[in-house]
Design a protein around this ligand. Structure first.
Ligand SMILES: Cc1ncc(COP(=O)(O)O)c(C=O)c1O
Length: 408
């Protein structure tokens, strides 16, 4: 069982019991995700110091596209990465200039290509077929466009020395000539490269090596094709140590790694780092109400009104048994008098399985976690769940209500 304080460990926004009580009233009902603007700002500051020095920071809306979150971030980051026309609209509505929006994704449809080019945002191009699609659509629309060629990048192992994992994203090395040729013959300019290298990295040496390898490839591609690139996205990759078995991010190592000279950039050429989970994750909590408590065999089950239909990422399918458990704490029932932690002095935490209301054995939010004695009506607060929450969850299962979402 973990004994350290989650907020100390991961920089997660951790409302006090009194604050959580007010949030419950503000939300009106549970389950409710609450996101903190102040915590978003703190997270952006933290990842900036851990990024390539002078890099522009892009926020990936896929982590949390809530309009309030995106609007809060519009003035804190330098650009947005979007992956659908809905995310594109959210990004532009939040006030981000089109010049600072990048439409990513391995396979854009014709309408998506048209929407992106019509809006004037940059687009990633991930295959010869997609290059031809963008060329055709630009001609049809009579517009120019900015292409950012995504290069296929095997994702490094999370620990140094492990084997990289192959993936379907980006242009294969053998297709690069064709892609550049098609784009050069079109109304699009090859403005940049995209070398995303994966997610959930805690090891500074792995992240630094991936960034440097990306910039070396950018320098080589620029030379080989005689290009003048305006931007190179080296991905983000910084982990969210959300489960208790996840290693803490080596923030000091990342900051120190930034001191070394880089193989590409400067002179109006912009390095971009793009992040989702490390920005939105620490800034969100999920409030959920205890609906039932029972013991079956040697297990105490605490059933709550949130399930994997709201927080899929907590489920075994996503988190995986080896990642350990999410960070959860209890506050007293809202009808109690003075706000207080549900745990009373002297109450020893006991092990609990926190389960949801779905009739699926998979609906387990936390397995074997220390929790004080709780009663029906008490509130549990999951910490560090601001990323990959409602929009990453199978919300249609059992046709239950969506979780509320508010921004402080
Ligand atoms: C292209 C791209 N950019 C950014 C992200 C966000 O990554 P993370 O949440 O790990 O920071 C992802 C995640 O899948 C991605 O695929």
């Amino acid at each position: 069982m973990r004994t350290d304080t989650p907020s100390d460990r991961a920089g997660f926004w951790t409302p006090t019991a009194a604050e959580a009580r007010l949030l419950l009233h503000r939300a009106g009902a549970t389950p409710a995700f609450v996101y903190s603007r102040a915590a978003l700002r703190a997270a952006v500051d933290r990842v900036r110091t851990a990024s390539v020095p002078g890099a522009e920071l892009y926020y990936s809306l896929k982590a949390n596209p809530h309009p309030g979150v995106v609007t809060a971030l519009a003035s804190l980051v330098d650009g947005f990465d979007v992956c659908s026309t809905a995310e594109l609209e959210t990004a532009l509505n939040a006030g981000m200039p089109a010049a600072k929006v990048l439409f990513t994704g391995p396979a854009k449809s014709r309408p998506e290509a048209a929407a992106a080019l019509a809006a004037g945002v940059a687009v990633t191009v991930e295959s010869p077929g997609q290059a031809r699609l963008f060329a055709e659509v630009a001609e049809l629309l009579g517009v120019a466009g900015r292409a950012v060629v995504r290069l296929n990048t095997p994702y490094p192992s999370r620990a140094p020395g492990g084997a990289p994992s192959p993936n379907q994203f980006g242009v294969a090395a053998e297709d690069l000539d064709e892609v550049v040729g098609v784009l050069r013959g079109s109304a699009l300019t090859v403005d940049g490269l995209h070398l995303f290298f994966g997610s959930q990295y805690a090891d500074a040496a792995v992240v630094d090596a991936a960034r440097r390898a990306a910039l070396e490839r950018a320098r080589d591609v620029e030379e080989r094709f005689g290009l003048r690139l305006g931007m190179v996205s080296v991905g983000g990759g910084i982990a969210l140590p959300w489960c208790d078995a996840d290693p803490e991010v080596d923030w000091a190592g990342l900051e120190a790694a930034g001191g070394e000279p880089l193989p590409w950039g400067g002179g109006g050429r912009t390095v971009v780092c793009e992040y989702g989970r490390s920005i939105a994750g620490p800034a969100g909590v999920l409030l959920t109400t205890v609906l039932d408590v029972k013991t079956v065999g040697d297990r105490r089950y605490v059933a709550v009104d949130a399930g994997v239909n709201h927080l899929f990422i907590a489920g075994r399918l996503v988190a995986g048994g080896s990642r350990g458990e999410p960070l959860v704490r209890a506050v007293g029932a809202p009808q109690d008098g003075a706000p207080q932690d549900a745990a009373q002095p002297g109450d020893a935490p006991e092990r609990a399985w926190v389960t949801g209301p779905l009739c699926s054995q998979l609906d387990v939010l936390a397995e074997d976690v220390p929790l004080p004695p709780v009663a029906v009506g008490d509130t549990l607060v999951f910490l560090g769940v601001g990323a990959y929450g409602p929009t990453f969850s199978p919300s249609g299962f059992l046709s239950r209500d969506q979780a509320r979402e508010i921004v402080l």
